[in-house]
Design a protein around this ligand. Structure first.
Ligand code: 6PG
Length: 248
């Protein structure tokens, strides 16, 4: 993990972490919209983003930036939008509907529209078409990521094929330990981003974070997130940072 582009911020508690993350996201949005007139963000899955979404709606919902923002997902489960496991479903409920985001600004993974084997290629086409229309490489302004206790991020799990994909931008990844398919961004796509923001809260993440920040070789998928021409940010609360040695 290159130190020169990795910024680590340890926040006192969850409340402070979500407040700081929301401010960071708004600042990133405003920068992108100043420069290009629009913003692309890939939302992460899992449970961590829910409180971030609520923070964004509560404290930044009235801002004009939302109408210039386009939403994608860095991974998705093979379920319909209405399913409780849907990453897009959670974002629709806690962020996109409360902000009245228009349907044409939302690019969900088509897991409810076509057979799983074709979803990844279809989503990659959607993403490439979007950026082509904007005369740009597929470079997200911000990719939001979580971290699993095994060091996975997006749905790039240890010892899975997708973690070694170096050409495709989106793949369907069979995750044996979960006995399920996942659709996920690959590292080639993640590492094209301008900014990547990892959020980690709670003492359950302490062990993996300590391993990630103290193991030099890339043993864990999250260590392969190294934006080629961008920056990684980690916002970690004190519980999740509990085992980090000083000076990380
Ligand atoms: C998913 C995710 C996954 C998640 C981590 C952390 O679809 O599950 O994208 O990578 O971010 O597993 O999950 P929590 O936020 O629930 O701890």
């Amino acid at each position: 993990m290159k130190n020169n582009t990795t910024h680590i911020e340890i926040l006192k508690n969850e409340r402070e972490l979500y407040s700081k993350a929301a401010d960071f996201i708004i600042q990133t949005f405003e920068k992108a919209i100043r420069e290009k007139g629009y913003l692309t963000i890939a939302l992460s899955g899992g449970s961590t983003p829910k409180k971030l979404y609520q923070e964004l709606v509560k404290h930044h919902g009235a801002k004009k930036i939302w109408r210039h923002s386009f939403f994608f997902w860095s991974d998705e489960r093979p379920v319909k939008l209405e399913h409780p496991d849907s990453n897009a479903g959670m974002a629709m409920e806690h962020l996109l509907r409360p902000l009245n985001i228009a349907a044409e600004q939302i690019y969900t993974v088509p897991t409810d529209r076509i057979p799983i084997q074709r979803v990844a290629d279809a989503y990659e086409d959607d993403i490439l078409d979007f950026f082509r229309q904007h005369k740009s490489d597929p470079r997200f302004d911000l990719i939001l990521l979580g971290i699993g206790e095994d060091g996975h991020t997006a749905s790039l799990f240890p010892n899975t094929l997708a973690s070694n994909e170096n050409k495709k931008l989106i793949v369907a990844n069979w995750v044996e330990k979960l006995n399920t398919w996942r659709i996920t961004f690959t590292f080639p796509l993640i590492n094209k981003a301008d900014r990547v923001l990892f959020l980690a809260t709670g003492e359950k993440k302490a062990k993996i974070l300590n391993k990630i920040f103290t193991t030099k070789e890339q043993q864990y998928p999250a260590q392969k997130v190294e934006p080629v021409d961008g920056e990684s940010y980690w916002f970690i609360d004190a519980d999740a940072a509990g085992l980090l040695t000083k000076g990380v």
